[in-house]
Design a protein around this ligand. Structure first.
Ligand code: NAI
Length: 338
């Protein structure tokens, strides 16, 4: 096979970015078909990307024998079953994070992938970001001694329209939607330890409708891993300055930090008010190149039959921890993990 013929399901906020990347920026990827139940999204694919094979129904797209692989950028509640359907239809499958909102679904999908003749990967885009990779390599080379503590945050710009409230009920809550990235990073940067115990809490600072959903707009969490390793997470929907994702890893011989100043570019303005820079407005401006690198990684690994850098077990473990954080938020108690 010289190229991978891909069918993409989900053309929403992120799916359209994936479609553009697969159509224009990923070597050896051929965006051969798309699928969305929404007419305006199908029209977008036809008019903007010139895609002619367009499905309204996922099962119909899976029945297309000309497709080698499927990309899923659909609502999280559909991921696990759509992965299983794709594998059953004989397609390789890439799925956006998180794997599912429920641990049992994750385990079932991972077991399914284990037995399937095709390959499955869940994307955690930060692992493909150049700065995070640099940090990982520095840690692996012993640059901070033995790493034992991660602080990591995912915090979004406040949106006065409250548009994100539309996604909130199907997102799984702030820890599954946002902190799951930080959970995966912490596991990766600390050497994939098992989590033993978690605690979380949160507050509704700006969006009262979240209370009825059992969710918060600002959450904090602590995770204890085996071997004395630890992580602290902060997730927020209410930042005044922009999308501020950053991570510190502390070890016995130093610390490495990624993205502490979430600068939009390299311009710094100094005047009578002080020194300042502008900030990225959303996750996409921050991680756009990493989404392309991640898609290339999937395509190359499938075509060249090389291993994925992220396993299905990684995806299950990140979700297991994020689900426990959601439970802790709801119960107000620490949650022990076996
Ligand atoms: P969205 O709601 O904007 O888009 C979802 C899309 O799925 C829509 O196009 C909808 O029409 C389509 N869809 C719904 N049911 C479908 C079906 N049965 N078959 C095919 N398409 C179907 O959501 P958004 O924000 O694009 O998120 C999608 C996924 O991407 C979520 O799992 C989310 O967690 C993940 N995500 C990841 C981010 C990251 O930083 N890695 C950032 C934003 C989202």
């Amino acid at each position: 096979m010289t190229s991978l013929r891909i069918g993409l399901a989900g053309l929403g906020r992120l799916g359209q970015r994936y479609a553009e990347n697969l159509a224009r920026a990923v070597p050896r990827a051929e965006l051969a078909a798309v699928c969305s139940p929404v007419e305006s999204e199908r029209a977008w694919a036809r008019d903007t990307l010139g895609i002619s094979t367009i499905y309204t129904d996922y099962a119909e797209m899976l029945a297309d024998p000309s497709l080698d692989a499927v990309f899923l950028v659909t609502p999280t509640s559909l991921h696990a079953s759509q992965i299983e359907q794709a594998l059953d239809a004989g397609k390789h499958v890439f799925c956006e994070k998180p794997l599912s909102l429920e641990l049992e679904d994750c385990r079932r999908a991972a077991a399914h992938a284990e037995k399937a003749g095709k390959r499955a990967m869940v994307g955690f885009v930060r692992r493909f970001d150049e700065s995070y990779r640099h940090a990982f390599q520095h840690i692996e080379a012993g640059g901070i001694g033995s790493p034992f503590l991660v602080y990591s945050q995912t915090t979004d710009l406040a949106d006065p329209s409250g548009a994100f409230l539309k996604f909130a009920p199907t997102s799984g809550g702030i820890f599954l939607d946002c902190s799951v990235h930080d959970v995966d990073l912490a596991r990766w940067l600390l050497g994939r330890p098992k989590a033993k115990k978690v605690y979380s809490t949160g507050t509704v600072a700006m969006y009262p409708p979240l209370e009825a959903m059992g969710d918060v707009d600002n959450g904090i969490a602590i995770v204890e891993f085996e071997g004395g390793r630890m992580a602290m997470f902060y997730a927020s929907r209410t930042q005044a300055h922009g999308h501020d994702t950053h991570t510190d890893v502390t070890g016995t011989a130093g610390r490495v930090s990624v993205g502490r100043n979430p600068r939009a570019d390299r311009v710094e303005i100094a005047d009578a008010h002080g020194v300042r820079n502008t900030v990225v407005p959303s996750f996409y401006e921050r991680f756009a190149p990493a989404f392309v690198t991640q898609a290339k990684h999937f395509v190359d690994a499938v075509l060249d039959d090389t291993p994925f850098e992220l396993t299905m077990d990684d995806a299950v473990e990140a979700t297991r921890i994020a689900v426990a954080l959601r439970e802790s938020l709801q119960s107000g108690q620490p949650v022990l993990l076996d």
